[in-house]
Design a protein around this ligand. Structure first.
Ligand code: SAM
Length: 216
C-alpha cells in the first residue's frame, strides 16, 4: 500500500491507547483475560491496511473479538482515524511485522486469520515474504486453535496459485474456494478497501478458506 508518510505517525498511535496495544508481547496468552475481558473467539487480520474490513467485521460481529495487525505506522493511523468514533470494545490494533506474530500470541489463542489482498512479492526470490508461504503457515499453526482457519482473498492469480499449492503441501483442508467471489457474492462477505477498488474495475477476486484441523 503506497501512502504519503504521516509525520510523527508513531506518536499519533499513542493518542489511541484504548485501541492500539503498544506492547502486544506482554499479552501473549492473555488477550481474552486482560484485553477483551471475555472468552469470545479472537480473529486476526494480518495487513489490515486502513482498517475497513476489520472495523466492519467487528461492527457486524459483536460476539467475536478482532485484532488488526499492520506493519506501517502511517497506514495504521489512517485506520484509527476511521475507527475513532465507533467505540468498538471488540476491536484492537497492533503495529508489528507479521514475522513476529508468535511473540504476541500463544498456542490456541486465535480462532481465525484473515489475509486480504496481501502483497504478492511477485519475484521468486522474495517468495518467503509472502504471507501464505510455508514459513508463515508454520507460524499460524502455532497460534491457531485445533480447527483454526485461514481466509485468504486476492486479485493476483500468481499469488493465488502459489498459495493453494502451499496450503496443499502443508496438509491443510480446503473448506471453501471461489474463483470469482463477486459473481453471486455471498451475503456474509465483508469487503476490504482493496476489494472495493477491484470490484469497480471488475477484476476477479480469488477466495479460499483452509482449515488447520487437517484433511478429512
Ligand atoms: N488488507 C487491506 C485491504 O485489503 O484493503 C490492505 C491491503 S494492502 C495491499 C497490504 C497491507 O498489508 C499493507 O497495509 C501492508 O503494510 C501490510 N503488510 C504487508 N506485509 C505485512 C507484514 N509482514 N506484517 C504486517 N502487515 C503487513
Amino acid at each position: 500500500m503506497r501512502l504519503r508518510n504521516i509525520p510523527y505517525a508513531y506518536q499519533k498511535l499513542t493518542e489511541f491507547p484504548d485501541v492500539v496495544i503498544q506492547n502486544p508481547i506482554d499479552f501473549k496468552g492473555l488477550w481474552a483475560e486482560k484485553i477483551f475481558g471475555n472468552k469470545n473467539g479472537i480473529h486476526v487480520e494480518i495487513g489490515a491496511g486502513r482498517g475497513k474490513f476489520i472495523i466492519n467485521s467487528a461492527m457486524q460481529n459483536p460476539g467475536l473479538n478482532f485484532i488488526g495487525i499492520e506493519k506501517f505506522d502511517s497506514v495504521l493511523v489512517r485506520a484509527l482515524k476511521k475507527n475513532v468514533d465507533k467505540k468498538l470494545t471488540n476491536l484492537r490494533f497492533i503495529k508489528i511485522d507479521a514475522q513476529k506474530i508468535n511473540d504476541c500470541f500463544a498456542k490456541n489463542e486465535i480462532e481465525k486469520i484473515y489475509l486480504n489482498f496481501s502483497d504478492p512479492w511477485s519475484k521468486t526470490v522474495y517468495e518467503k515474504r509472502r504471507l501464505t508461504s510455508r514459513i508463515f503457515l508454520e507460524k499460524y499453526k502455532k497460534i491457531l486453535a485445533g480447527n483454526g482457519i485461514l481466509q485468504f482473498k486476492t486479485d493476483n492469480v500468481g499469488l493465488f496459485e502459489f498459495s493453494v499449492k502451499e496450503f496443499n503441501n502443508f496438509g491443510l483442508r480446503i473448506d471453501e474456494i471461489r474463483l470469482d467471489l463477486h459473481n453471486s457474492e455471498p451475503s456474509w462477505n465483508i469487503r476490504s478497501e482493496y476489494e472495493e477498488k477491484f470490484a469497480e474495475s471488475e477484476k476477479k477476486i480469488f477466495f479460499i478458506i483452509v482449515n488447520f484441523g487437517g484433511k478429512k
